[in-house]
Design a protein around this ligand. Structure first.
Ligand code: ZN
Length: 203
């Protein structure tokens, strides 16, 4: 399986990092070794001094597809979840300045927190899903899927022009504004609407 992450999919987040709002989706990959499941703790890596959380709606592909038309994209996923795209912001900043790839900053072990899957049928409107991150009991990030620049269906169609999407592939659909640093001892809890999706500590 592959983990595809979308960058700059919320206007306010692109602006908070001083980036242009893109005309087409920006994406990068994480390997399967980046997954962090089942509320296991996140161990702060020694190679960075600035790990940021990015809370994102995640979609799981359930059918092989290539050159998927946007109008059929909704038939390629049944489940959504919530995740964190942990980012070594210090390393990413250096990579951006030097024009280098982002893998060192984004694809490290356990950088992709992923909760359990929820049927998309549980949501009335996939373009109006609220999600939240609490850090130490305080609301740190609030997102709504309606604020995405590129919808889930558009992303699936776009990505499938370049890469065959396979069963079990997951797409992190980008973070809303409000990203920030974590530190050892932090307690992170994520919610999709009212449902608690993950609950773990930084160690
Ligand atoms: Zn992200």
């Amino acid at each position: 399986m592959k983990i595809i992450c979308i960058g700059r999919n919320y206007v306010l987040h692109a602006k908070e990092l001083g980036n242009e709002v893109p005309f087409s989706p920006v994406y990068f990959l994480k390997p399967d070794t980046s997954l962090l499941l089942k509320n296991r703790p996140f161990y702060y890596p020694e190679f960075s001094d600035e790990i940021h959380y990015e809370t994102e709606l995640v979609v799981r592909i359930n059918k092989v597809g290539k050159n998927i038309e946007e109008k059929f994209a909704h038939t390629y996923y049944n489940e959504v979840s919530l995740g964190i795209d942990f980012t070594a912001r210090d390393i990413q900043r250096e990579a951006k300045v030097k024009g280098l790839p982002w893998e060192k900053a984004k694809a490290f072990d356990h950088s992709a927190v992923l909760a359990e899957w929820v049927s998309k049928d549980e949501f009335e409107d996939l373009k109006d899903i609220n999600f939240y991150l609490d850090v130490n009991g305080e609301r740190a990030q609030t997102g709504n899927s309606g604020n995405m620049t590129f919808t889930i269906d558009y992303l699936i169609s776009y990505l499938s022009k370049y890469m065959t999407l396979k069963i079990g592939d997951v797409i992190y659909t980008g973070t809303p504004a409000g990203v920030g640093p974590v530190k050892i001892g932090d307690h992170l809890q994520g919610y999709l609407e009212d449902k608690k999706m993950f609950d773990f500590k930084v160690k």
